[in-house]
Design a protein around this ligand. Structure first.
Ligand SMILES: [Zn+2]
Length: 63
């Protein structure tokens, strides 16, 4: 009977991960591995299009 769940291991380097008692469970053993596993950020576009989200949209705040 092995009821003890396997300790999670870092998917990058297979190092067993020490889980903190509080906070969200870590998926990687450390920041370098997390960054290595994270997909590369998409290139940022020049601000057009996103600014509109912050711009006031006329007519929506009426009551
Ligand atoms: Zn790792």
């Amino acid at each position: 009977m092995t009821a003890v769940p396997a300790a999670p291991a870092c998917p990058v380097c297979s190092t067993p991960i020490e889980q903190a008692r509080t906070g969200r469970p870590a998926r990687y053993c450390g920041t370098p591995c997390r960054q290595a596993a994270a997909p590369p950020r998409p290139p940022q576009r020049c601000g057009r299009g996103q600014r509109r989200l912050l711009a006031a949209t006329p007519g929506t705040l009426r009551e």
